[in-house]
Ligand binder design. Structure first.
Ligand code: GLT
Ligand code: MN
Ligand code: MN
Length: 389
């Protein structure tokens, strides 16, 4: 492996404990790999060049553990982190695994379930803060329905909002330095999940009491499940100042949530994504939320982890070459892709200007028949990605 593609801490690559730790269980078959301890995962990932790990409360502390047991586990884990130079930039809560959450957590019909979900989340935020996390991810996997007769969907949003408002007040009250990142998914494990896409999340955030504390954590696979252009979604999140975190993986269109290795399926889309992340000044973690194929043993899991980071760095290098490619850049200048100060040719609105614009004549036929040359441009991108440029 060439050194140029060797991950470094500065690359900010992270993996969830649940990702490389995934033992390969699926709805049709049992685990194919042994469960790895968090300590082993942290050490291995550090050796491979990752920056940190992220976790759900129960990836580290078993459900129902006593306070003393929790404290012992956390103390030992902190030592492992320190010894291996790894950080925990993001934490989250498992609000989907236990049967108590079968009707949702924040949106469940039973108020006791909703209260339990808030209690579990507050404790999980405490844990995250103790480990140094600055981002708290909220993925509402069970916040949805099979039978829409069970509640007015508006009630679902209201409960979701109440929960997030409550948690934001908790964070403020505790003076924690942590922000929320909401993760959308259209379906699975529920038949339909509320707030199905990053776009839905962005709109919902503006209805919260503390929108400034809340952003998004988009996942490649989840937007691709909805047939959406992930690159566009990320651009919108960045434009809104809301890209707090990102889940990198891959997905074939129209299927269940595959959580495939980053870049293993949608190379071109992932190229534009990496280019955007790198050029936008996004400074958060590059988090891989994916897992190795079920065919793999532990060695295959580490190949998966190495491959995820390597592909990101390969695409980053391609983005650099795109920016330095004279022919590509000349075409971009020619077609008006470059952002200029007065890029709409409109300038600031004035009464006079609007009157002139209304009276102006356009050679519409010439504009309509002009070829734009995007075929040539796109082929140059393909040549670049396939290594002949
Ligand atoms: C679960 C889900 C992911 C979320 C994780 C955070 S858990 O694996 O499929 O997309 O990001 O809760
Ligand atoms: Mn995810
Ligand atoms: Mn997923």
């Amino acid at each position: 492996m060439s050194d140029a593609y060797q991950p470094r801490k500065e690359d900010k690559f992270t993996f969830g404990l649940w990702t490389v730790g995934n033992p390969g269980r699926d709805p049709f078959g049992d685990a194919v790999r042994a469960v790895m301890s968090p300590a082993h995962i942290v050490k291995k990932l550090s050796e491979l060049g990752a920056w940190g790990v992220n976790l759900h409360d129960n990836d580290l502390v078993p459900f129902g553990a006593s306070a003393a047991e929790r404290d012992r586990i956390v103390k030992e884990f902190k030592k492992v982190l320190a010894d291996s130079g790894m950080v925990v930039p993001m934490a989250t809560t498992n609000l989907f695994g236990h049967p108590v959450f079968k009707d949702g957590a924040f949106t469940a019909n039973d108020p006791k379930v909703r209260a339990f979900a808030i209690q579990k989340t507050m404790r999980s935020i405490d844990l995250g803060v103790e480990l140094g996390a600055k981002i708290y991810v909220c993925w509402g996997g069970r916040e949805g329905t099979e039978a829409d007769a069970c509640r007015d969907a508006r009630e679902g949003f209201k409960r979701y909002r109440e929960a997030l408002n409550y948690l934001a007040e908790y964070v403020l009250d505790q003076k924690y330095d942590i922000r929320f990142a909401l993760e959308a998914k259209p379906n699975e494990p529920r038949s339909d999940i509320y707030l199905a896409s990053t776009g839905h999340m962005l709109a919902f955030i503006e209805t919260l009491d503390h929108p400034e504390m809340v952003g998004v954590n988009p996942e490649v696979a989840h937007e691709h499940m909805s047939g959406l252009n992930f690159y566009h979604g990320i651009a919108q999140a960045i434009d809104a100042g809301k890209l707090f975190h990102i889940d990198l993986n891959d997905q074939k269109p129209g299927r269940y949530d595959q959580d495939l290795r980053f870049g293993s399926e949608s190379l071109k889309g992932m190229f534009f994504l990496v280019k955007l992340l790198e050029e936008s000044g996004y400074s958060g973690a590059r988090h891989f939320d994916s897992h190795a194929y079920r065919t793999e043993d532990e060695a295959g899991v580490w190949e998966f982890a190495k491959g995820s980071m390597r592909t990101y760095l390969l695409l980053k290098e391609k983005a650099r070459r795109f920016a330095e490619d004279e022919e590509i850049q000349a075409i971009l200048a020619e077609i008006g892709a470059k952002v200029t100060k007065d890029d709409h040719g409109l300038g600031q609105y004035t009464k006079d200007g609007a009157a002139k614009l209304k009276a102006a004549t356009f050679d519409v036929d010439a504009l309509a028949t002009k070829g734009l040359g995007y075929e040539r441009l796109d082929q140059l991108v393909i040549d670049l990605l396939l290594g002949v440029r």
